[in-house]
Design a protein around this ligand. Sequence first.
Ligand code: FES
Length: 200
Amino acid sequence: MADDTVNCKRRNFLWGVASGLGAAGAAGVAVPFVSSMMPAADTLAASTTEFDLSTLVSGQLVVIAWQGNPVFVVHRTEAMLKRLTNHEHKLKDPESHADPRVQADWMKTSEQRLVRSIKPEYLVLNAACTHLGCIPLFKPSPGQAEWGDTVPSDWPGGWHCPCHGSLYDLAGRVFDGSPAPFNLYTVPYKYLSDTKILIG
Ligand code: FES
């Protein structure tokens, strides 16, 4: 079972990176940049990771490595941010009270708990599904365009975990009915400049 879980994490890390590549391609961003984020052994061991947010275009997701773990970084559009409201009643923990990072300075207000980030437009999350650690797939488009009828027609966009079907919104908040018990965890990070962050 432990091996299965590890294999699931490894396989889905690659899927997650592939998802980032897809987003980059769709947005017209140079793929080599994202490829360069594939972790080398020494990178995996690094306790902190710097990332330049200015390399992202609006709506883009990339998956980077921090301490050997995949981390989602998303440049959310205004439209994505607007789609964080009106479905709180369908979420297990809309204000992230179960997130250990909720005590961080930037998670104090309801607004910050809604967007789950320091700057609303840039989301930084641990990419491991809180069920058994698979890497959810990025499904940012609203409605059923990418889904057929397997999700409600009012799907606001977010992530779908391919392992057991957990659904997360565009702030990584988990929907009721998902096997995942918690929202995707935030990670410790701070801004080194207007666009550069340090994770860890
Ligand atoms: S690991 Fe994501 S739903 Fe089970």
